[in-house]
Design a protein around this ligand. Structure first.
Ligand code: SAM
Length: 200
């Protein structure tokens, strides 16, 4: 068995059955067209994609967990599963209607580079769907704790940085936010966005 994947799913279980699962269930059933999910992890999102309206689903990770294959066996989706780096996406410009990333940009080495690639492969009217954890606003104790813990935490958690302001990175990469929800005491954000006219 894929032990780190099993451990990750067990660790996340309380959140998945609570606030995180609720956001996945709110955001993902509405995706349509040609869809790319980057940083799929253990494939938790596969349970939330719709059978209808989804033309093609590509599921990518730096290293694909066996759980992604198992989870995609069950349903109607028949995704294309591939290994790849969001910082160097192997797709032509404007290929996707939707790009999904959930809990990914905390661990991408260069998030600006990865988000620029997401923007590049999106159609002009394409959209992003995201859930990320961030430094919470207006919570100085939490913020300084997250900053203090990150140098140690990233070594035991697959490069997960607790101290990133991923919402600013998304905006900075040239996206406008259409919907945004902060939850889990402001540590998590969930939302949708589209390409801004020009890179800001
Ligand atoms: C915390 S897991 C999140 C998994 C899943 N998206 C979820 O919502 O539970 C982060 C995933 O991002 C992947 N990842 C990190 N850097 C990446 C990169 N540069 N390109 C593609 N995937 C990456 C990791 O391999 C890991 O599977």
């Amino acid at each position: 068995m894929d032990v780190p994947a099993a451990f990750f799913d067990a660790f996340m279980y309380p959140l998945e059955t609570g606030s995180l699962g609720t956001r996945r269930a709110r955001l993902l059933p509405g995706v349509s067209g040609v869809v790319l999910e980057v940083g799929a992890g253990t494939g938790v999102n596969l349970a939330y994609y719709p059978c209808e309206g989804l033309e093609d689903l590509y599921v990518m990770d730096l290293s694909v967990s066996q759980r992604v294959y198992h989870r995609s066996d069950d349903g109607c989706l028949n995704p294309t599963i591939l290994e790849g780096d969001v910082q160097h996406l192997p797709f032509e410009d404007g290929f996707f209607d939707t790009v999904v990333f959930t809990l990914v940009f905390c661990s991408v080495e260069n998030p600006e580079r990865g988000l620029a690639e997401v923007r590049r492969v999106l159609k002009p009217d394409g959209r992003i769907i995201f859930i990320e954890h961030v430094l919470p606003e207006g919570k100085p104790v939490l913020r300084s704790s997250f900053r203090a813990i990150t140098p140690m935490w990233k070594h035991i958690s697959g490069n997960c940085h607790l101290d990133r302001d991923t919402l600013s990175s998304i905006r900075g990469a040239g996206f406008e936010i259409d919907s945004l929800e902060r939850f889990a005491n402001g540590i998590m954000i969930a939302g949708t966005g589209h390409k801004a006219d020009r890179q800001v």
